[in-house]
Design a protein around this ligand. Sequence first.
Ligand code: DLL
Length: 447
Amino acid sequence: MIWNKVETCSRSEMQSIQLGRLQKTVNYVYDKNRVYKKRLDEVGVKPSDIKSLDDIRRLPFTVKDDLRDNYPFDLFSAAQEDIVEYHATSGTTGKPIVVGYTRNDIETWSEVMARALTGSGIGKNDVLQNIYGYGLFTGGLGAHYGGIRIGASVIPISGGNTQKQIMLMQDFGTTALTVTPSFLMHIHEVGVEMGIDFKKLNLRTAVLGAEFWTESMREKIQEGFGLKACDIYGLSEIIGPGVACECHEARNGLHVNEDYFYPEIIDPATGEVLPIGAEGELVFTNIANEGQPLLRYRTRDITSLNPEPCICGRTLIRMNKLTGRTDDLLIIRGVNFFPSQIESIILKHKGVTPNYLVVVDRHGTLDEVEVRIEVTDQYAFKPIGEAFVESTHLTVSDELATRDINKKLIRDIKDVIGITVKVALVPPGTIPRSEGKAKRFIDNRPK
Ligand code: DLL
């Protein structure tokens, strides 16, 4: 099912909506926000200069530091009395990034989330267990508004409470889940220990996002729960979840709600706009927000756009699954890679789990990468030094198999990424679990 017929409109209709909204937004921020007015004056652009969609390139970029520098409200275009809700990112260092929504923005958010959930195959007959965190994080309330809009029966349980999550799945007959993929895997682990067979429950659909996840993780989750998993993308600065979502028919790229969020792909080094299909940094312009519309916001997320028609009938452009973030890019001994690339390599191996952590250290002048990966229960062992071994329950053949995985992982990572890393196989349950987004990467190098 398709929520709104605009999702299937022709390219020329879409471009005409986009141009009208872009012109209105540039006028609006120029008029209402002194930071943007100054910026536009500095680059010599007047709102009336935006005559075509290509003129968007004349607008300056907005970056994360602009939001920090203007903390908390200086990039808002709406007056405080028109803001009805605030959200903020967790901000690991310093001040968080704040976003404000007007009543119309909440409408927009409900609309794009209704499209996303409908596209994932969820409808009013579903019991939707919303495990994204409620609070300043946008995941919980975003999915909540969308669930209410489509008429699903929403269970606002939020994150955490693993055993209670499982109990409600059983007792309320949950059919659909909105949750981060890493926490869903944790729920699976705990459930299996409790002897639960998730495939016997009513679960049909999971809408997973807020963090990087791979196709192999999709397979594991689908297999473990007996459901179909769709990818959902978004970021607080632009609205939260609902910027883009996969359709359940194709599950091959995420349809961008481009009548609200105008996408571009740029070369992160030069800022130059790249042709459609090229991989680069994703940039969004809010063309219909009121609270804090951002012009050409650099997301730091790396992907490409796909304009091909989709089997689901939507004409909304698709963004491919993210491959990484510009700020996660590691340069180790001259080789560039994203820690997330390691995940797809790990998941090709039997005997290890998708619970991993990439740790970078500097020894003297040399950077070293250690990939810590949990083995499956079958290889319970005590870690010794950088690898493993000597276990009370380890048989000789298990031990050999584990050694072999270690060697194969080092070889495969070297083949794909081009550097030799250390692989430390660690016992099940030793890598910290998260109730929201998983932390997969620690950089211990001096800044
Ligand atoms: O994570 C919003 C969200 C909530 C999206 C629930 C989907 C589901 P932030 O906390 O501001 O907002 O983090 C945004 O998370 O720039 C990406 O780097 C990453 N991210 C979000 N969705 C995905 C995804 C929410 N599907 C940042 N795949 C973004 C990979 C994702 N990374």
